[in-house]
Ligand binder design. Structure first.
Ligand code: ZN
Length: 307
């Protein structure tokens, strides 16, 4: 699908369906994860399985699939000694996603994932910006349809810098950020939940002021991702009243418990669809899933694009 078609649908008030988790689905299919580049290296080690994951999401009804480039951030690749593969592995990931779309003969757009993956805080912003620029340029050159800035778990200034870098390219940019409930103030904050029941959270900034800052430098859609399903609807309301462009969400199902993502059993295709209907009421037009959300849940919400 060209981006024009996605934009037309959004302008008409239609719902766009995204894909779900890539890493968790690859693990289910038996793909080994790399200790440093996590799911990133699967595009090289298990390309057929990456293809299969994309294919499953297209069959489930996704309008947009995301390239397996989240963990192929140049800064991280350099850190782990994979500098000479940055270009090739990112291009390979895009090729797999494009092949899955071509094979399906459906109108599906390919979004390039540019992330803040890695342990970078010690490197300083200038080095990070070089990495963001590099990633954006590589993905732009592959001819994908749009870019997802997957800035979840990042602090305000990192996100602002990432947004600034994204303005140097011509592709449509969608920003995704995460939020968490502050256990003390019970307020939604920019940050993320590291464990179930909010026992461990990283809190960075007031959510509303952070959105205001991002919205002042970014005119494209903003999505709430990698956040607990339970707080999504309240977070969307804050986002809607502070951002004029399209909004959306792709939440987590479950929580991380080393070394794996654990699912909670209270999320079913029915409950996910009901939640998604609430998100739409709160203004969301772009919906999908993050960690723990597989093709079954994406399929359940894909009926919403026909409404
Ligand atoms: Zn996630």
């Amino acid at each position: 699908m060209t981006y024009t078609l996605i934009k037309e649908k959004l302008d008409k008030g239609k719902i766009i369906i995204l894909d779900g988790a890539i890493g968790g689905e690859l693990e289910k299919l038996g793909a080994p994860m790399d200790k440093d580049l996590w799911v990133g290296k699967c595009s090289i080690d298990s390309p057929d399985l990456v293809f299969k994951v994309h294919e499953n999401y297209i069959k489930a009804g996704a309008d947009v699939i995301t390239t397996n480039t989240y963990a192929l951030a140049p800064t991280s690749m350099k850190q782990y000694g994979y500098e000479s593969y940055i270009n090739d592995w990112n291009k390979k990931s895009v090729e797999i996603a494009k092949k899955a779309v071509k094979n399906s003969a459906k109108e599906v757009a390919v979004a390039g994932s540019v992330s803040t993956y890695g342990s970078w805080h010690t490197l300083g912003m200038e080095k990070l910006k070089i990495g963001f620029d590099e990633h954006l340029k590589i993905l732009e050159d592959t001819g994908i349809d749009l870019i997802f800035l997957e800035a979840m778990t990042s602090e305000t200034d990192t996100i602002e810098n990432l947004l600034e870098c994204s303005q140097k390219i011509t592709l449509p940019i969608w920003l995704s950020i995460s939020c968490a409930l502050d256990p003390k103030s019970k307020k939604i904050m920019l940050g993320y939940q590291e464990s179930i029941n909010n026992t461990k959270v990283k809190i960075y900034d007031d959510f509303e002021s952070a959105i205001k800052k991002f919205s002042s430098i970014h005119s494209g859609p903003i999505l709430i991702s990698h956040s607990d399903i339970k707080i999504i609807n309240d977070a969307l309301k804050v986002l809607k009243s502070n951002h004029t462009s399209f909004i959306g969400t792709y939440p987590n199902n479950g929580y991380f418990e080393k070394p794996h993502w654990k699912l909670t059993d209270d999320v079913t295709p029915e409950s996910y669809l009901n939640d998604a209907k609430l998100w739409i009421k709160s203004g969301a037009q772009i919906i999908g899933g993050c960690c723990g959300v597989g093709p079954d849940l994406i399929k359940s919400i894909s009926v919403l694009k026909n409404t």
